[in-house]
Design a protein around this ligand. Structure first.
Ligand code: DGY
Length: 428
């Protein structure tokens, strides 16, 4: 990309971050998502820090100020009242000083905080902030392995599709069949006021999302009970790769800050988890798959979660095979990386996580591939991502066949990822 175009994109991305900035947290987009979301914020912090380092740190600090006493970091913090979103605090009923949801989201904070620290210009601010965040992120990681891996398998389960961040992925279809819908309170969705219904999850899926929420609420959000009690328990390779990479990054950061115990613990989590990831590998499909922890079976669903696994330190031969998978996908869709393989009849290029491409996923995969020395594919992902933005603007997600922008507009983490990609391409 030439310098003038890069400058133009950088200005537009910066304007979106400013527009969605609420002072101490950032909304993902106006209307559709009017609060603070967990992994959105951690990735957004990277973009914010390119504009103002202190503001980048504050984004993560605000999120962790709402960590639960048991160590969980919730997926939404409801800083304000807003009827434009459902389900709000009155439905979650988590009884927190500032209302939050009762489930979590991909644990990208360890990665984000190491990156903020290492790229900081203001080293003394970075040291002070990282030192304070380190034990909080470590507690969250311990929470995961205690509550979501109670049988010490080395990998954690998600108990709700919203936890994965990939709400309506095809990966969950079979497991959601086991979730009943009887008895849920009548409700009215608000997402459809802001986004096209054909780009969003279906009503049948929402009913199941709500059933799970009400089920966990009846158990008073007691995390020591939820894993056992949930009919939906899936081990997602992408979710686990994010957590394991964060454990590794936290260990490196802890070492640098002389926190030996945190470093040792997180290195162990990562080591055990990476060994267990091999159990999710499919020779037949050349990528990782989800495992349904209720049935014990691998889920035959070729989603991008099995490629996002490249974000963790998987064996080099696996990274190479994932590059082949991405090459295969590139013969089926013009824009990388489709969130589901277009060769699958269940693929839907416009519906949220059942096909569309997402910039954050491209960024995380590209980063993992860079570490695995798969430089050409990492550069290709960077280029296709910036091409997509030039063509279609800063959307929530994109049809990987046509590049059509979908979901919410002026999207915060898309803008943050553009700033990050431009940083690699045109270091300031
Ligand atoms: C939503 O409301 O669509 C979110 O993805 C849930 O976190």
């Amino acid at each position: 990309m030439n310098t003038a175009n890069a400058l133009d994109l950088r200005e537009k991305a910066t304007a979106i971050l400013r527009e969605n900035d609420r002072g101490h947290y950032t909304v993902p987009t106006k209307g559709l998502y009017p609060f603070q979301w967990n992994w959105d914020s951690c990735l957004t912090a990277l973009g914010l820090a390119q504009i103002d380092e202190a503001r980048g740190w504050l984004e993560v600090e605000t999120l962790f100020a709402h960590q639960w006493p048991d160590g969980m970091v919730p997926h939404i913090v409801f800083h304000v009242d807003d009827d434009g979103y459902f389900p709000g605090p009155d439905i979650w009923q988590t009884n927190r000083p500032t209302p939050t949801s009762g489930i979590t989201q991909p644990a990208v904070a360890g990665f984000a905080v190491r990156r903020l620290y290492e790229r900081a210009q203001d080293k003394s601010l970075a040291e002070q902030k990282a030192k304070a965040l380190l034990p909080l992120i470590d507690r969250w990681h311990r929470w995961f392995f205690t509550n979501r891996d109670p049988h010490n398998e080395g990998l954690v389960a998600i108990l709700h599709p919203w936890e994965s961040g990939r709400d309506n992925a095809i990966d969950w279809d079979d497991a959601l069949e086991r979730v009943p819908t009887e008895g849920i309170q009548p409700y009215s969705r608000r997402d459809l006021l802001h986004a096209d219904a054909t780009h969003r999850p279906t009503q049948a899926q929402y009913d199941r999302y709500l059933w799970l929420l009400e089920h966990f609420r009846r158990l008073s959000w007691d995390n020591s009970k939820l894993h056992e009690a949930s009919p939906f328990k899936v081990v997602d390779p992408g979710f686990n790769a994010v957590l394991l990479r964060s454990c590794q990054d936290l260990a490196v950061l802890a070492e640098a800050l002389d926190e030996k115990e945190i470093a040792r613990r997180n290195r162990d989590f990562a080591k055990r988890g990476l060994l267990a990831m091999e159990g999710l590998w499919s020779d037949e499909y050349g990528q990782y798959l989800c495992r349904d922890r209720v049935t014990g079976d691998l889920v035959e669903s070729l989603s991008v979660a099995g490629i996002l696994a490249a974000f963790a330190s998987i064996p080099p031969s696996r990274a190479e095979e994932l590059v082949h998978r991405i090459e295969q996908l590139s013969t089926r869709s013009h824009f990388l990386v489709a969130s589901h393989d277009p060769a699958d009849p269940r693929f839907d290029g416009k519906r949220y996580w059942r096909g569309p491409a997402w910039l954050i996923i491209n960024y995380l995969i590209a980063d993992g591939l860079t570490h695995a020395n798969q430089i050409d594919m990492a550069a290709r992902l960077q280029k296709t991502s910036l091409d997509l933005i030039e063509k279609s603007g800063f959307a929530e997600y994109y049809d990987p066949l046509s590049g059509e922008p979908l979901g919410g507009g002026s999207f915060t983490w898309t803008a943050a990822m553009v700033l990050q990609f431009l940083r690699e391409e045109h270091p300031a």
